[in-house]
Design a protein around this ligand. Sequence first.
Ligand SMILES: [Zn+2]
Length: 240
Amino acid sequence: MYIPRKFEKRDKPYKFLTLSFDDGVTQDEKFIKMLDERGIKCTFNINTGICGLVHNLPYRDGEVTHNEHTEEKISQVYVNHEVAVHTLTHPRLDLLDEAGVIKEVGEDQKNLVRLTGQDVVGMAYPGGPYYTEETKRIILEHTPVRYARNVQSHHTFAMPTDFMEWAPTCFWRSEACRWLIKKFIALEPTEDSLLYIWGHAYEFDMYDGWDLIGELLDLMAGHDDITYVTNGEIYKYMTE
Ligand SMILES: [Zn+2]
């Protein structure tokens, strides 16, 4: 079972690398095999209110499979990685009242604890930018969630400054992603640094992207000076 590791502060700056992938789709299983083969860690943001839902997403002229894992699969697939909240049903949180936000975030958190046994403290906002100061306040006051990722890619290796608006480095399929990975590998940091890449595993089907993500993971993997972590391990390192 995944248990977050505690990294000690040290004189030599860390080069942390983390991934964050959303929606708890069935493609996560193949992706996790690729991660485990390479020793790379990821945080998976999961909607437990729609477990087992079978549906397709339209794109361009076709459709891509967007099936959600069943509860049983959630308890099996993510054992080496962190799970985090993505709400029960993926609504726009900025359109919900306080009780709605508490239910969508709080109940998803409880389901994930029940299914995985993990201490679930993280989330990714569903839909990306659909949250407000009020949303953040409600989550902090009424749920155990202590960090939340948005989709405002900043293309830097900065450590997070506001855990309730944790912005990633880049989207896996962005033009800059490969260049940023190479830049990070070459980096000789003078302070702790973080390469943080996000996405959805169904996009590997959608864009015929399994080869590309394999190449990117091969680039990222196996560097002695890089520490491969989950989002929660960064949170723990910076707050404890
Ligand atoms: Zn999502």
